[in-house]
Ligand binder design. Structure first.
Ligand code: SF4
Ligand code: SF4
Length: 429
């Protein structure tokens, strides 16, 4: 089957939100104050309860997929804070993904949705395409053209350009075996290098490899792996996500690793949900279950295997931003804090709402820039109130967004992954 045929075949399996998920909502409203878009707009249609009602209407055919209705789904960050707040266990993430898939299956869906799907399918299907795009961007950033372009670009493009981080001079290019511990091997782990992270955060991957090796892990980086498909699922395109997931399932199972380690919360969450993606497909569902059993966020794994307490000092006041897909989707709240608290000299200062979204949300900051900025503004007020010099988190998208927040506020805070701080402590020994 060609890739296009496979996409078509997969798309035909697409379904909307499940009736049993929708039925769990008892309309109590406990989720409202946890929802960033409701808190900002005070509109029922921008709340989890309102969106669930719209998803039900769309699914039952009592509501039409008008641009207005679709915009309410578009404005959802898919942060899943409502899942944590909901006493009835409503799987909101699955509902919104189903609702979006329903919209995507309609031939009359908005052009912006068609374009988004096409770009995601095209750019994330092959690693070299993203690498080429980021190489071109890096070249652009290094030329005298960049400051001129910033003045003459149309407003929308200028806004997007300003969101770009300064790209590093080298990308992450690991050997197949990235690290071998000097002592006893406790576990063999395979690292998900991801789609854009090798280009935007090579230092995070390098720190992750060193920290894992220091903790007795042999680290592999399977070359055949690719994008995890998280953006595609969130965009209502599970068919494209399945194609990518199949590639990763094969690549990681073939590696023979005991664990699949992920240092990007959004990707880890998507991989932990691979089994749901293949429900009803006997062969792939069994393989997905085998993979999911071994998937761990890096902070989760270090906590689970009993990480070596560092003795090197990191004299910093640090605040921690929970990545939505780590805390709300994967329910990992304590492990990153445990690592930070174990670092001598480091003072962990909690924000008032560390598990409130920063507005990054995959490509939301590009597609819904205005709301994303409003959410980011709230987050930066919270960050500033801690008076910390360092903001740590566990997801590259959040790192980029918080970095943007620091720049927009004229701040000087450093934004780092938790594992980079642990790496600094080990290296200071
Ligand atoms: S996922 Fe986040 S933005 Fe969307 S409804 Fe739930 S809390 Fe609100
Ligand atoms: S999603 Fe949960 S918390 Fe929100 S209204 Fe429904 S049952 Fe209540």
């Amino acid at each position: 089957m060609t890739a296009a045929q496979e996409h078509k075949h997969e798309f035909e399996r697409t379904v909307g939100p499940r009736e049993e998920d929708l039925a769990r909502c008892v309309h109590c409203g406990f989720c409202l104050q946890a929802c960033p878009t409701y808190v900002i707009t005070s509109l029922e249609t921008e709340s989890p309860r309102g969106r669930i009602a719209l998803a039900r209407g769309l699914s039952e055919g009592t509501i039409q997929a008008t641009p207005n209705v679709i915009q309410h789904f578009d404005l959802c960050l898919q942060c899943r804070a409502c899942e944590t707040a909901c006493p009835s266990g409503v799987p909101y993430g699955r509902i919104i993904e189903g609702a979006r898939a329903l919209v995507q299956s309609r031939p009359d869906r908005p052009r912006s949705w068609k374009l988004r799907s096409a770009v995601l399918r095209l750019m994330f299907a092959k690693k070299w395409r993203l690498k080429a795009a980021f190489s071109a961007l890096r070249f652009y950033q290094g030329t005298p053209l960049a400051p001129i372009a910033r003045r003459v670009l149309p407003r929308r493009l200028r806004q997007m350009e300003s969101m770009l981080p300064k790209l590093p001079s080298r990308f992450f290019e690991p050997p197949v075996v990235a690290a071998q511990p000097s002592g006893e091997v406790k576990a063999t782990v395979a690292l998900l290098s991801g789609c854009i992270m090798p280009m935007t955060h090579p230092q995070t991957h390098e720190a992750t490899v060193r920290v894992l090796a220091r903790n007795g892990c042999r680290v592999l980086v399977p070359r055949e792996q690719g994008c995890c498909g998280a953006l595609h699922v969130h965009n209502g395109d599970p068919a494209a996500a399945r194609v990518l997931a199949k590639n990763n399932i094969d690549a990681f199972l073939a590696s023979g690793a005991d664990y699949i380690v992920v240092n990007s919360a959004g990707c880890g969450s998507a991989m932990k949900e691979y089994a749901e993606l293949f429900e009803g497909d006997e062969t792939w569902s069994a393989k997905a279950h085998r993979l999911v059993d071994g998937v761990r966020d890096v902070t989760e794994l270090l906590s689970e295997i009993g990480f070596v307490a560092p003795t090197g000092r990191v004299e910093e006041r640090v605040t921690y931003q929970d990545s939505c897909h780590l805390v709300h989707a994967q329910k990992v709240r304590e492990a990153p804090r445990q690592l930070l608290r174990a670092i001598p000299g480091l003072e962990l200062v909690e924000m008032s709402a560390p598990d409130r979204c920063c507005g990054s949300a995959g490509i939301y900051n590009i597609t819904q820039t205005e709301m994303s900025r409003r959410v980011l503004d709230e987050k930066m007020l919270d960050v500033m109130s801690t008076k910390c010099d360092v903001v740590s988190t566990a997801n590259p998208g959040c790192m980029l967004q918080l970095d943007l927040g620091v720049r927009l506020n004229g701040g000087s805070q450093e934004v780092v992954h938790v594992v980079e701080l642990l790496d600094r402590a080990y290296r200071a020994e």
